[in-house]
Ligand binder design. Structure first.
Ligand code: SAM
Length: 249
């Protein structure tokens, strides 16, 4: 019953991941709510709040999927009267995810002037240097093959002064809580995936990919190695997820 991701050769990982998300695109939003009992919404709200966009913020949301981060950004700038000159570009390797996002965007009636969609690989972004004020990646880093390349690309496309922010599953600080959480992940999530979407494997992959993600301190070092400064992180929900932040100075 293993998806076998641990043994997938490097050059095939990107393709496998693309397949996974193509398969789940249409059930992605519902599954997010079910598996996190809706809490992913709060994490994402906190993430955007933490970013604190201002007027004229040009945001690039990588691995942006169906637009959750982008829509929160748009709500934030609108509600704070900071809409002027603000823009979010959603970039994802998977056109199927972007298509779901675009449909949601129309349904939710967001002004197309403030948002655009671009298919592309986080490891090789289709954007020029020094273009954005902010770069976000939520639940995306663990899906890529080369984290170092992703960070290098983030650094390249940010303007000097620009901010990098990552929201990602992490490790709990308290071992017994980690144990409970592991039971939930390994026993419950794939079964829920099977029941709700008829597919087990994408959810098995999800759980495995969370496991393989670097520890917080290590990831912080990787961000610094890419050139970012003032790199910090904070835990949300006991460390189930963490927000890493850094600046291109
Ligand atoms: N950010 C969204 C959210 O928080 O709901 C989506 C997160 S989803 C778990 C991960 C996304 O990463 C998928 O949409 C997938 O297509 C995308 N992805 C995977 N590998 C990628 C890559 N190399 N470059 C860009 N996007 C990638």
């Amino acid at each position: 019953t293993h998806f076998g991701f641990e043994t997938v050769p490097e050059n095939e990982k990107t393709e496998k991941v693309r397949e996974v998300f193509e398969n789940v695109a249409h059930s992605y939003d519902v599954m997010n709510d079910v598996m996190s009992v809706g809490i992913h919404r709060i994490w994402k709200d906190m993430f955007i709040h933490n970013l604190g966009p201002t007027k004229n913020t040009k945001l690039l949301d990588v691995a942006g999927g169906t637009g959750d981060i982008a829509f929160r950004f748009l709500n934030y700038v609108k509600n704070s009267n900071l809409e002027e000159g603000s823009h979010v570009t959603v970039c994802d390797i998977n056109q199927a995810m972007l298509d779901v996002g675009k449909a949601r965007c129309e349904k939710l009636k967001y002004d197309s002037e403030h948002i655009s969609w671009q298919q592309g690989n986080a490891e090789e972004l289709p954007f020029e240097d020094n273009k954005f004020n902010a770069y976000t990646i939520a639940f995306g880093v663990r899906n890529v093959t080369h984290i170092d390349k992703v960070l290098k690309e983030a650094y390249r496309v940010l303007k000097p002064g620009g901010r990098f922010m990552c929201l990602e599953f992490s490790q709990l600080e308290y071992a017994p809580a980690q144990w409970v959480y592991d039971q939930y992940s390994f026993q419950v999530i794939p079964v829920m995936g099977q029941i709700l979407t008829g597919k087990w494997q994408p959810y098995q992959y999800l759980v495995e990919s969370i496991r393989q993600f670097p520890k917080k301190e290590h990831f912080k070092n990787m961000i610094e190695e890419a050139g970012f400064r003032q790199v910090t992180y904070e835990n949300l929900s006991l460390g189930i997820v963490a927000i890493h932040s850094g600046f291109k100075l």
